[in-house]
Design a protein around this ligand. Structure first.
Ligand SMILES: *Cc1c(COP(=O)(O)O)cnc(C)c1O
Length: 236
């Protein structure tokens, strides 16, 4: 087994354990392998273990890999910051976008999604720890934008995504994840027509168990699968 295969097995075992501790079914938790800065060959090693979902942050780097890995049955997720001039390529090449952080981006993704493709799955990114440096809706601006977002024809709102301030304390880690879950419940109550609101994209290598304890349905794991990242030759 390669290191990547071993690491994926370890992460999957950790997901199972965290789910069991909460009497949750691990089948309801998708492992998203975050593959930014990783080569197509490393992604292929992950695919060989049955890994299907991959998350990318940088558009050009992602487009190169999508091209090179056409033979693999990959579900591609865009999880990075989105400039509005990049929405067309994102809507044409990805299955999911987790980092929709303003109304304009949602509108452009919907307008630019090719008619022959299925509806684009989106998560709305929430700046749940209210950090100045982080992008995302606040809970208030999200509730303001939602009436327009839910009417957009070519995107499907699947849920919420957050990248909380990091903490080493498992109890502290749970708090923003609980807030995100409560916000999702509030939205579901206000918009019963959102039939596919089933995704809480939360939890990374350092806080996965806390996120699962608070109801995460998709954990975004990079370092624990591929090792520490080297950004020195990253393409934007
Ligand atoms: C890089 C990244 C991750 C993965 O982080 P790790 O700590 O390496 O697991 C998850 N989510 C987002 C949005 C990221 O940019």
């Amino acid at each position: 087994m390669t290191n990547i295969a071993k690491n994926i097995a370890t992460v999957r075992a950790q997901i199972n354990e965290a789910a069991q501790n909460e009497q949750r079914n691990a089948d309801q938790i998708t492992l998203l392998a975050v593959s930014k800065t990783r080569s197509s060959d490393e992604l292929r090693q992950a695919c060989a273990t049955g890994q299907k979902d991959f998350g990318e942050n940088y558009l050009q780097e992602a487009l190169d890999k999508i091209e090179q890995l056409q033979g693999e049955a990959i579900c591609w997720h865009f999880i990075g910051p989105i400039q509005s001039n990049k929405t067309r390529a994102i809507s044409e090449n990805f299955d999911w976008v987790h980092s929709v952080d303003r109304l304009k981006i949602a509108q452009r993704l919907s307008a630019q999604r090719p008619a022959e493709m299925p509806s684009l799955n989106i998560c709305l990114q929430v700046n749940i720890s209210a950090e100045e440096s982080k992008s995302g809706f606040t809970p208030e601006t999200l509730l303001e934008a939602l009436p327009e977002i839910v009417e957009l024809p070519n995107i499907t709102v699947r849920g919420l995504m957050a990248i909380p301030a990091s903490s080493d304390d498992p109890q502290q880690q749970r708090q923003p994840f609980a807030q995100l879950r409560e916000l999702q419940q509030k939205i579901q109550t206000q918009y019963p027509a959102l039939k596919q609101l089933d995704t809480l994209s939360m939890g990374m290598s350092g806080d996965m168990a806390a996120a699962i304890a608070e109801g995460s349905t998709m954990v975004r794991i990079g370092t624990a699968i591929f090792g520490p990242r080297d950004y020195s030759n990253k393409k934007q």
